[in-house]
Design a protein around this ligand. Structure first.
Ligand code: MTE
Ligand code: MO
Length: 330
C-alpha cells in the first residue's frame, strides 16, 4: 500500500499447490468443450495477438482474515493480500472468438496446471487442478489473459506463462498457470467453486451456496501499520487505499473513536476503473501515551457505505467490515 502500482516483488503470492515449472516452448493454452474449433495456442501465438494493458487491483478473498473473531480456518492474512498492477495480455474474448463458442455454453472453466491432493474432510479422491469458472458474460467482457505484470514477464509464482486477470473479482478467479479453458453448458461445481471460495446467501428463504465473485467496498489503512509505535502529539499522515469490485469510490472517512465520529479523508489522484484509490488524512497523534485504534470506511459514488459488521455467512472470506488498526502512542 506504499505505491499505487505494487512492485512485482512486493505483490502478495497465494498458491494452493506447489508452483509448477512450465516451459513456454511446450506449454499450450487449450480451448475446448462447447466450441466450433478447439484451439491449442502456443505462447508465441498468444503474444502475436492484439495486446491490451489494464490496471487492476487484485485482493485475496481471505485478506484481513486475522481480524476475525473467533479465529477461522485459512491463511491468517493481515492486510497485505491485495495489490494493484498493470497487466498485459490478450482479451479472453478474442481467444473465445477464435474458438467460436457454441450456443449451449454458459460458462468458461479456467484450469491451472498446478495440482495436488487436498487434506480437507470433503474432498475428491486423488489430485485435482486449481479451477474456477466464469459466466460467459464476464468471460467475454473484460477478462484478460495476462503474460506480463508491470511490464515484465510473469514470474513463476504469479502464474508464468499465462494467467487470467478478472477485473473487479476476488483473486481466486484470476487463475494462474492457465492451460485449459473449457466451455460448458452447465454451471461448474468444482471444488474451488462450491466447497472452497463459496458462501451461503442468507437473503433467500432457501439458503444456497454461491461462488464468491466481486470484491466488496473496502478502505484499508496502510499507515499506521498494525502495532506501529507513534510519537505523541505529532502531525501524522494517515494513508491507505480503498477499492470496490464494481463502481467508484465516493469518499473515505476516518474514525479515531471506534466509529462514533468520522472525518473526511482526502482522495488522491484520479479514479481509475478496476484500480484502488489512494487517500490520506492529516492527523495529530494523541497527547497521552497508550493504545489506540483508527478505522477507515469507504463510501461509493452512489452513497453505499462499507458496514460496521460483516455478513456472517461470508465465513472465512470477504473481510469487508470496518477494521480497527491498533497501535501505540508514546
Ligand atoms: N492456478 C492457480 N491459480 C490461482 C491460485 C492457485 O492456487 N492456483 N490462487 C488464487 C488465489 S486464491 C489468489 S488470491 C490469486 C493470487 O494471485 P497472486 O499469487 O499472483 O497474488 O491467485 C489465484 N489464482
Ligand atoms: Mo485468494
Amino acid at each position: 500500500l506504499q505505491d499505487w502500482i505494487t512492485p512485482n516483488e512486493k505483490f502478495y503470492v497465494r498458491c494452493h499447490f506447489p508452483v509448477p515449472t512450465i516451459e513456454a516452448k511446450t506449454w499450450r493454452l487449450r480451448v475446448e468443450g462447447e466450441v466450433e474449433s478447439p484451439l491449442a495456442l502456443t505462447y508465441d501465438q498468444l503474444r502475436e495477438m492484439p495486446s491490451r494493458t489494464i490496471t487492476a487491483t487484485v485482493e485475496c478473498a481471505g485478506n484481513g482474515r486475522s481480524f476475525l473473531q473467533p479465529k477461522v480456518k485459512g491463511v491468517a492474512w493481515d492486510i497485505g493480500a491485495v495489490g494493484n498492477a498493470e497487466w498485459t495480455g490478450v482479451l479472453l474474448r478474442d481467444v473465445l472468438q477464435r474458438a467460436r463458442v457454441k450456443r449451449p455454453a454458459i460458462e468458461a472453466i479456467l484450469e491451472g496446471v498446478d495440482k495436488g491432493e487436498l487434506k480437507e474432510d470433503r474432498r475428491p479422491n486423488g489430485e485435482i487442478n486449481f479451477a474456477r469458472s466464469l459466466p460467459l458474460h464476464k468471460a467475454t467482457y473484460d477478462v484478460l489473459l495476462a503474460y506480463a505484470m508491470n511490464g515484465e514477464a510473469l514470474t513463476a509464482a504469479h502464474g508464468f506463462p499465462l494467467r487470467a486477470i478478472v477485473p473487479g473479482w476476488f483473486g481466486m478467479a484470476s487463475v494462474k498457470w492457465l492451460h485449459r479453458v473449457v466451455l460448458t453448458p452447465n454451471a461448474f461445481t468444482g471444488y474451488y467453486q462450491t466447497i472452497d471460495y463459496a458462501y451461503w446467501t442468507g437473503d433467500a428463504e432457501l439458503p444456497e451456496l454461491k461462488p464468491i465473485t466481486a470484491m466488496q467496498l473496502k478502505a484499508q489503512i496502510a499507515r499506521p501499520a498494525p502495532n506501529e509505535q507513534l510519537p505523541a502529539n505529532t502531525p501524522y499522515r494517515v494513508h491507505g487505499a480503498a477499492w470496490v469490485g464494481a463502481g467508484e469510490i465516493g469518499r473515505v472517512e476516518i474514525s479515531a473513536d471506534e466509529g462514533i465520529t468520522w472525518s473526511l479523508a482526502k482522495l488522491l489522484g484520479n479514479s481509475v476503473k478496476n484500480a484502488w484509490r489512494f487517500w490520506e488524512y492529516q492527523w495529530k497523534t494523541p497527547a497521552q501515551s497508550g493504545s489506540y485504534t483508527l478505522m477507515a470506511r469507504a463510501v461509493d459514488s452512489h452513497g453505499r457505505m462499507q458496514q460496521r459488521t460483516r455478513v456472517p455467512n461470508h465465513g472465512p472470506y470477504i473481510v469487508d467490515h470496518w477494521l480497527p488498526i491498533e497501535f501505540t502512542v508514546r
